[in-house]
Design a binder for this molecule. Structure first.
Ligand SMILES: [Cu+2]
Length: 131
């Protein structure tokens, strides 16, 4: 019984790994590009991230974040494994913070980590192309 459960779990994990590893670029039109080293400017507000699809041409990711909404928000970045690799503090109205990180090329999710905000629309993508 136990081994069978572990086998099933292993299969599920293997499938999950496969489905997340197909990078392949469905990223065009409307995305915001930054050449290596240039800062992206992102506005967070109730309840959106603008722009919501970011592209970086190097591996150095710099994001200037400003809160334009009436309530606190942050901008966080997580990798395909769900690990948060960049995040601002919780910013009050008109507060700004610049965050920088070296990231592996790949697809990341940008979101606000405050309770429920991601599901209210504070979600987007970051594509790091590496070159
Ligand atoms: Cu928020």
């Amino acid at each position: 019984m136990r081994t069978r459960l572990f086998l099933a779990l292993g299969l599920v994990l293997a499938l999950a790994a496969c489905s997340t590893s197909d990078g392949g670029g469905a990223t065009d039109g409307g995305a915001t590009d930054a050449a290596g080293g240039d800062a992206l400017t992102v506005t967070v507000s109730d309840f959106m991230i603008d722009p919501s699809d970011l592209e970086v041409a190097g591996t150095t990711v710099t994001i200037d974040v400003v809160n334009d909404g009436p309530t606190p928000h942050n901008l966080s970045v997580r990798d395909a494994d769900g690990e948060v690799v960049m995040a601002t503090a919780d910013l009050s109205t008109d507060e700004t913070e610049t965050i920088t990180a070296e990231l592996e090329p790949g697809e990341y999710t940008i979101f606000c980590s405050l309770d429920g905000h991601e599901s209210l629309g504070m979600s987007g993508t970051l594509t790091v192309s590496g070159s």
